[in-house]
Design a protein around this ligand. Sequence first.
Ligand SMILES: Cc1ncc(COP(=O)(O)O)c(C=O)c1O
Length: 457
Amino acid sequence: MAFRTSLRLAATAAARRPASLAAARFYSQATTTTTTTTTVPNPDPTEDSPSAKLVRSHAPFMVATYSRPPPVFIMGQGSYLWDVDSRRYLDFTAGIAVNSLGHCDPETTRVLTEQAATLVHASNLYYNPWTGALSKLLVEKTRASGGMHDAAAAFICNSGSEANEAGIKFARKAAKVADPSGEKYEVVSFKNGFHGRTMGSLSATPNPKYQAPFAPMVPGFRVGELNDVSALPELVTEKTCSVIVEPIQGEGGVRVATDDFLVALAKRCREVGAVLHYDEIQCGLSRTGEFWAHSHLPKEAHPDILTTAKALGNGFPIGATIVNDKVAEKIKVGDHGTTFGGNPLACRVAVSVVERLADAGLQRGVKEKEKVFREGFERIKQKFPDLVTEVRGRGLILGLQLTEDPGKIVTAARERGLLVITAGENTLRFVPSLVMSEEEIKEGLGILEKAMEATRA
Ligand SMILES: Cc1ncc(COP(=O)(O)O)c(C=O)c1O
């Protein structure tokens, strides 16, 4: 009873708190100084804190797939999260590029609760109004965006890995129909790419840390070097059924595929009759300031398969695999399926989210906010020239390349009220909500600078 009560009390207290950052900071200091003697404004919960007690009581029952910092989050609103110990955190992570409309966005909550009271699930054995509505909307918004001009149909599922898994299966099936010899089965992916944790998507994720414990991988996967145009003729061959690539690699360290590379890659795919699959699970849905990260590319570099997830439900689990007719016509009833995927609740939420993320004003805002980040990064780079070597990315998927492990900086930032995550090798990754205000961005950059200063001492 004690923990449930303390959670409820903390949530109630946090909800009552004034919205301004200064007021929240004051509240945070006032409530946390009772459990700690450190001088940072938002110190991590101590061993005797309600957070630590809660974590200890749950840990034995959880498969330990993640290493987490001490705070236990109980509430989110806009750009902020609150923890059990009543600390407030400005969130530059947005649940790993998921909460693009902010935490607990009121309209998403309204739609979610309305649909939850109407129809949650009836299975894919029956029609409902929302799976089709979302599929149609994704196709229409994609075409209107200037991206994937021949987008034709969508398969709705529950996550990014599943969306990619469907994409890989669809490509294998399409190749088998086109070439019944069975010789056209290879899937090409790229170093530093990340496509998920299921066996197919993992096989396309050439990171030994993720693959080694589960080897052997699915047969037929090959790895290339991103942006190496000269290697394409040997890499992508008549045996290739599909090439999967993130236009901006997220987990791999915010690495941007050049337009020239994607154009050359698409050309090579067409030469050998391979399907081109863009994984926009992290970089898509307006995160770059255009609806898809590839929307500005010429038609000939558009994909045959496009996968999305993360921001699609603003935190509600959902993914989608968008295909053109060349692929769709080769998939038959019974080839693929899912119990939960495309249920009316998830799809109703995603319809609302997609409508709003496709807004031109929101996209312009992303580009304005990118400028604020870049100005701040330039200042930080000048101040810490031995620490920061490069700024990468586009829109609100940005990376700061550091010369050291960012762990200490991440902790120092958190203990000053800012959440930031890492990627690749020594990269700090910035994927905040797309509706974060410029003031909040400046505030967060100020905290980051202080965190860097503190770790230089
Ligand atoms: C580009 C990309 N593809 C696929 C995935 C896997 O998505 P999920 O974790 O929803 O399975 C991720 C997750 O980080 C991703 O960033």
